[in-house]
Structures are given as structure tokens and as C-alpha cells.
Ligand binder design. Structure first.
Ligand SMILES: Nc1ncnc2c1ncn2[C@@H]1O[C@H](COP(=O)(O)OP(=O)(O)OP(=O)(O)O)[C@@H](O)[C@H]1O
Length: 227
């Protein structure tokens, strides 16, 4: 699939119940959300509102109790466990709060590891060129403990983009960063989202960086409203 064939992420009537018995709660309550290729959508909301659950469903990690989740028209919730895992590996990129890099590997090898594990090698982006794109060429030989928090996030973002994902899911990318670094990291996400035609969903508590996003939606008690 070329990037021009992409249609992005679509959640429709997605409901997720967690826990059991009397402790059962509705973490997502008939959520509808569409994110177009090249669009960066921020999800804000109080603790416990369901933001992480939303990322887990969009990322094909959790199957909803009701509703549909499609990525480029593929019904990921309806796939077998194996098909879902393969789809996740090949088409979805994840970026976490702390970068989640492997301590023993250099910045370049964090990206190379993905290209070695991926089945779609021919299609992958070149690790060195991608590191340069995120402004990290001069740090290619450094390990995570030799990088700043912002630099680790840049490497984490690059690693998530190696396989040319259709969907990029980002959880609190600025939680460990100061104000200036936070802006830089989210500006980078916004730029890469456009250039890579990836549909990006970013959960954040950081209202400072919302100006770089195309759209902001708010989650409260498992329901989504447009902000
Ligand atoms: N495995 C689970 N079993 C039962 N309830 C759960 C489980 N995981 C999460 N929950 C509950 O589901 C609701 C939504 O949680 P979720 O982690 O999605 O919220 P969040 O908006 O991401 O919160 P935060 O901003 O604190 O990360 C919360 O009430 C939480 O306590």
C-alpha cells in the first residue's frame, strides 16, 4: 500500500469494559474517533478517563467489547491473535513516555534492530537517514544513558517510524522534558506526521504543546468530546 491509499484510523462505537463482577467499569463508552493520514490528534483528560485504554484499542493491543476499529480499512479488532500481532508489528508505531530504548544499544542500533526484526525489510526507511531526519545523526553512536531526555525521545520517535507505520500512537512524550524540549519533540512529531502521512494519536497532560496539534479531543469518564 502506498501512502496515498491510506485512510487512517477509525474507531466507531468502541466500548471497553475492564475488571469483573461488581468492580467492572466502562473504560471506553461508545467512542467514535477518526484520524486522517498526516493528522496529529491530541487526547487530553483527567487521570483514569480512559486515555491509555484508547491507545491500547487503537494499537490493536485490546479488543473492544463492542464497536469497530479500522486502520486503512482493515478491521483490526476482527483479526485473529496472530494476524493482529503481525498487523501491529508492520503497521503501528508506538512511542512511550521515556523513549523505552534498550540500554545496551546505540541510537543507530535501536533503529537497526527494528529493520532486522521486520519482515518488510524492502520497505523500511534507512536507519541512518531517519536518524538524521530527527536531528540525531551526530548522536548515532551513543547509548541511551549518554543522551538527554529529549534526544531519547527523538530516537524513540525515529524507531517507531522505521517500518513506515500507518498509525503512530504516542503516550505522554513530554512527561520527562522541560518546556523548550517539549515543544521541540512535539514539533518533530507534527512534522514527521505530515511528511510520513501517518495518522498520529498523542495522549498528553501537557497543554503547552497542544498548539502543534491539528485537533484536540477530550476524554472524560470514557467518553470523547471534541475540544
Ligand atoms: N486492567 C484493569 N482492570 C480494571 N480496571 C482497569 C484496568 N486498567 C484500567 N482500569 C480502569 O479503567 C479506567 C481507565 O483507565 P486508563 O488507564 O485508560 O485511564 P487514563 O486516562 O489513561 O489515566 P492516566 O492519565 O492516569 O494514565 C480507570 O478507571 C482505571 O482504573
Amino acid at each position: 500500500m502506498t501512502t496515498s491509499d491510506r485512510t487512517g484510523l477509525a474507531l466507531s462505537g468502541v466500548t471497553v469494559r475492564l475488571g469483573d463482577g461488581d468492580a467492572m467499569i466502562t473504560a471506553l463508552d461508545e467512542v467514535d474517533l477518526s484520524v486522517a493520514p498526516g493528522e496529529l490528534v491530541a487526547v487530553v483528560g483527567p487521570s483514569g478517563a480512559g486515555k491509555s485504554t484508547l491507545l491500547a484499542v487503537a494499537g490493536a493491543l485490546t479488543v473492544p467489547d463492542a464497536g469497530t476499529v479500522t486502520i486503512d480499512g482493515h478491521d483490526v479488532a476482527g483479526m485473529s491473535v496472530q494476524a493482529r500481532a503481525a498487523y501491529r508489528r508492520d503497521h503501528i508505531g508506538f512511542v512511550f513516555q521515556s523513549g523505552n530504548l534498550l540500554p545496551a544499544l546505540t541510537a543507530l542500533d535501536q533503529l537497526r534492530l527494528v529493520t532486522n526484526l521486520s519482515r518488510r525489510r524492502a520497505d523500511d526507511r534507512d536507519p541512518a537517514a531517519l536518524l538524521a531526519d530527527v536531528g540525531m545523526a551526530h548522536r548515532a553512536g551513543r547509548r541511551p544513558h549518554q543522551l538527554s531526555g529529549g534526544e531519547r525521545q527523538r530516537v524513540g520517535i525515529a524507531r517507531a517510524l522505521v517500518g513506515r507505520p500507518s498509525l503512530l500512537l504516542v503516550d505522554e512524550p513530554t512527561a520527562a522534558l522541560d518546556r523548550a524540549r517539549s515543544h521541540e519533540v512535539v514539533q518533530l512529531l507534527a512534522r514527521e506526521t505530515k511528511q510520513s502521512a501517518v495518522a498520529t494519536v498523542m495522549v498528553t497532560h501537557d497543554h503547552d504543546v497542544l498548539e502543534h496539534c491539528d485537533r484536540v479531543v477530550e476524554m472524560i469518564d470514557g467518553r470523547l468530546s471534541t475540544g
